[in-house]
Design a protein around this ligand. Structure first.
Ligand SMILES: [Zn+2]
Length: 258
C-alpha cells in the first residue's frame, strides 16, 4: 500500500507581545507569527509540529525580525494603546531583560559610549533588517529590466534560428543574433536579481536612516560595521553599501534631520 506522509509549513498568528525594537530603539508592540513544520499523513496534520521560527513584526516601524524561540508570558489579541499594559501582560521581565541595552541608549544621549559600543549600536539596526530585506528582495522583483530581456530573447532566438537555416550567407548574421539572444537572457536574469534587491534597498533605506540618525555614524564606522556583517554572511550588508548609507545620512542631515 502507498502511504502519503510528509511535512508542510504552517503559519500561525499568536497575537501581540511587547518587546524591544532595534529599529525604533524602544519598546514596541509586536505581532508574533509562528512558522512550524507539521508532519502529515494523507495531508491530515499530525500534532502541532515543531516551530521553525517566530516572526516579530514591529507595529511601530513594520520591520519583521525572526527568532528561533520567544519567551513571552502570553499574547494579546489586540495591542493595547499603552505599551506598559502590554508589557505587564506579555513580557513582565522586559526592563530586566533589556537593562544593559537601555543603559547604552542613555549613554548615547550623554555622549559617553566607547568606540566598541558605538560600533555594536550601529550594527544592531542593520543586522535587524536582514529578515525583512530578504523577504522584500524576494517579493518585490521589479521585472522591468527582466521583461525587456525576456522580450529580447523571445524575438531574437527564432530570428537567429531562421537566419541559421537560410543558407551559408546568413551564418554571420545568425551568429550575431544568437549572441544577442544569449545577452538578452543574461539581462533578464540580472533584471530579476537586481530588481528585487534595489526595491528592497529603496524601501528599507529610510527605515535604516531613522534608526541610525541618533548615532550619526562616521563613514569609517559604517565601513567597519558593514565589513564585519559581511563576514558574518548577512545579505543586507552585502547588498547595501556603507558608502550609500553614509551619503544618505549626510543628505538627511543637510535637509535638517535630527
Ligand atoms: Zn520598530
Amino acid at each position: 500500500m502507498f502511504v502519503i506522509v510528509g511535512t508542510k509549513r504552517k503559519r500561525e498568528r499568536l497575537g501581540h507581545a511587547a518587546d524591544f525594537c532595534p529599529i525604533c530603539r524602544e519598546f514596541r508592540a509586536m505581532r508574533i507569527t509562528r512558522q512550524s513544520q507539521v508532519p502529515h499523513l494523507y495531508y491530515v496534520p499530525l500534532g502541532r509540529g515543531s516551530p521553525l521560527l517566530h516572526e516579530r513584526e514591529c507595529l511601530g516601524c513594520g520591520v519583521v525580525t525572526a527568532a528561533k524561540e520567544v519567551v513571552y508570558e502570553g499574547y494579546a489579541d489586540e495591542a493595547p494603546a499603552d505599551i506598559v499594559d502590554l508589557a505587564a501582560a506579555t513580557n513582565p521581565d522586559i526592563m530586566e531583560t533589556w537593562r544593559d541595552r537601555l543603559a547604552l541608549e542613555e549613554r548615547l544621549e550623554a555622549g559617553t559610549l566607547t568606540p566598541e559600543e558605538r560600533l555594536s549600536l550601529i550594527a544592531e539596526p542593520i543586522a535587524a533588517l536582514e529578515f525583512t530585506f530578504r523577504q522584500t528582495a524576494a517579493a518585490e522583483q521589479v521585472p522591468t529590466m527582466a521583461g525587456i530581456g525576456i522580450i529580447g530573447a523571445v524575438i531574437l532566438t527564432p530570428t537567429a534560428v531562421f537566419a541559421l537555416t537560410s543558407g551559408p550567407g546568413a551564418r554571420g548574421v545568425a551568429a550575431i543574433l544568437l549572441g544577442l539572444a544569449v545577452g538578452a537572457v543574461f539581462v533578464a536574469i540580472y533584471g530579476f536579481w537586481s530588481g528585487g534587491v534595489r526595491a528592497a534597498c529603496a524601501r528599507l533605506m529610510p527605515i535604516l536612516l531613522r534608526a541610525l540618525r541618533p548615532l550619526r555614524p562616521a563613514r569609517e564606522e559604517l565601513e567597519r560595521v558593514f565589513a564585519e556583517l559581511r563576514l558574518k554572511g548577512l545579505t543586507v550588508a552585502k547588498r547595501i553599501r556603507a558608502e550609500e548609507v553614509w551619503s544618505a545620512l549626510e543628505a538627511d542631515l543637510a535637509r535638517g534631520g535630527t
